[in-house]
Design a binder for this molecule. Sequence first.
Ligand code: TXA
Ligand code: MG
Length: 344
Amino acid sequence: MQTTKQWKVDLSISTEHPAILEAAELLQKEQVIAFPTETVYGLGANASNERAVSKIFEAKGRPSDNPLIVHVANAEQINHYVTTIPEVAKQLIEAFMPGPLTIILPSNGTIAQTVTAGLSTIAIRIPDHPVAQALLKATQLPLAAPSANRSGRPSPTTAAHVHNDLDGRIAGILDAGPTGVGVESTVVDCTSEVPTILRPGGITLEQLEQVVGAVNVDPALLEGQLQPKSPGMKYNHYQPEVPLWLIDGDEVFMQSEIDKAKKQGNKVGAIISNELAQFVSADHVRVCGSRQNLSEVAVHLYDALRAFHKSDVDIIFCETFPQTGIGQAIMNRLTKAATSIIKQ
Ligand code: TXA
Ligand code: MG
């Protein structure tokens, strides 16, 4: 166990802020620091240092064959870590970075081997968050940073989520309040001729297509039984404390499933939209936003998954969402988090 420092900071922070200087110094000393990005909180370490990176895997309990995203301050720095930047990647960088996009490029091998898990490619992202930016500029280091949760748990969108999972296991947490997007970055493989989405996220398929034309989606995302190309996609993920079931149907169907489970002696939690809220009752209800505004649902999704505890409920039922726009990322995460889906 170590003491985990917590610094409350605001969004107007500069690189000279004492919290940033202290966090930067700890990162230089091979320590691990959680920091906010626009998507979720990340768990950062010096990506050029094997010992520092290994502490991320240790703190999270993360399998070592699951590579990490390297965070850099600006587009120019990407050149230091790759052999080439294909034209399509240049277009994506120009359009979406900084922002919730991660691109996979051919690695030039300068980053620690543990970061790329021995792959010949590297995942790179430029976070669009003032605290992440201040930290990157103050350290002048590339920061390897997965989401700052214990492996298998929902990603953290607040410092409290990070604290619950990692207190005593990391050197510090920079707390700048809840994150903006709520789901992680979109991971796009730019090493193939047509760029391929390996993980849906904050930048939508539609947005990518507008900039580069054709975009493929990793078939493993559509057919769950295939081996996904992104190593992290095959593990259990995003799981709440109690089983989560997806209910694919209207409000009457949702209520009848809740009532059935209650009759069997279960305490039932429900994660539902504003639209269903007036029709559905359960032992604990979490309303996560409007079906008309899926960005709002994304913002509240992980907090909702973390809101239910064994002491309160035996099972959670959650409605399904349309797979358009950011709905693809929402349904990707919910499908991974769920133990089953019941269709009307
Ligand atoms: O929004 C985000 O991307 C957050 C914040 C903290 O930046 N980070 C994040 O990292 O979600 P993580 O480690 O939870 O997810 C990284 C994903 C994993 O699915 C991993 O397998 C994939 O990116 N990945 C990393 N390097 C890769 C590579 N070279 N080829 C294919 N997939 C890769
Ligand atoms: Mg993660």
